[in-house]
Write a protein of this length. Structure first.
Length: 293
């Protein structure tokens, strides 16, 4: 099954559900950054929730940036996406490694840390971007974003994120986001809570080759769930270019650029998101220097 995002409505439109399979996207990130299994699980969850949130944006120019800064060994995690969604990201420590947690699973919470914050910036065509900040609660990512939605967007959600890693890389990755509408009844919410509890882990359902429709039915308990949109395919894609790197060099200022010319006579810039290298020779640097007044 290809990576996909599918939007549903359950219980006659009273509950919104979005499910995502993000296996190939997360595997691409693992390969680009040469991530440890633990870093793969952590970044994979963040890329997945970023894709789910980007999916809700309407405009082609809209962009979302998600930053997590915890007190764990992995350091900062950053993900950026447009509404396609094309997603990119990185972790500060791609080789982080810790013992398995008490449940015998990769210790994402320990790697991220339970103190720190989530910072979300949505650039959706308004005069100023929307900025939401929320404290980390566990470092497990899904719990932290449930807390983020409740506190920063006043939105009750149920979130699951999972990345299953084996010796060959990412076996399965995905997640879901469930949002009851204001007219959802206590009975509807109770059925969903029961469905989520009985369904088990999202990575396990994907590993059992359940389709996103099957997963949506299982977590909601609604056999008649309605598909609203089924055409978005999340991908890992970096939009860096030499032109953007030129702007980065110009932004450091005249003095810094003069120092680089004097000391090295050249510059090599590496993109954090895809590790692509951009070389600037002496002539190119001098041209840039002439552009700064």
């Amino acid at each position: 099954m290809e990576d996909k995002i599918t939007n549903f409505l359950a219980y006659n439109g009273k509950v919104g559900v979005t499910c995502i399979k993000s296996t190939k996207m997360v595997e691409e990130a693992r390969k680009i950054h040469d991530l440890s299994p633990l870093a793969t699980a952590a970044l994979g969850r963040v890329l997945t929730i970023t894709a789910l949130m980007a999916n809700e944006m309407k405009g082609k120019e809209d962009k979302i940036t998600v930053q997590i800064k915890g007190n764990g060994e992995i350091g900062t995690i950053l993900a950026v996406a447009n509404n396609q969604p094309e997603v990119k990201g990185y972790v500060q420590n791609p080789y982080v490694d810790l013992p398995l947690n008490e449940f015998g699973k990769l210790d994402v919470g320990g790697a991220v840390g339970n103190e720190g914050y989530i910072n979300v910036i949505k650039d959706i065509g308004l005069k100023e971007p929307y900025i939401g900040v929320s404290n980390l609660t566990s470092g497990e990512i899904a719990d932290d974003f449930t807390n983020y939605f409740a506190n920063s967007e006043q939105r009750q959600t149920a979130i699951a994120l999972g990345v299953l890693v084996d010796k060959n890389g990412v076996r399965e990755a995905g997640g879901y986001l469930v949002t009851p509408m204001p007219d959802a009844t206590d009975e509807d919410i109770s059925k969903i809570e029961k469905g989520i509890f009985e369904a088990g882990a999202i990575s396990k359902m994907l590993d059992e080759k359940l389709s996103l429709v099957d997963i949506a039915r299982k977590i909601t308990g609604d056999k008649y769930i309605k598909v609203i949109e089924d055409c978005k395919m999340p991908t890992y894609k970096c939009d860096c270019s030499k032109e953007k790197m030129k702007k980065a060099l110009l932004s450091i200022g005249k003095k810094e650029l003069e120092n680089i010319l004097e000391e090295d006579g050249k510059a090599e810039l590496v993109c954090h998101f895809c590790n692509r290298k951009y070389d600037f020779n002496k002539v190119e640097l001098e041209k840039l220097l002439n552009q700064i007044k």
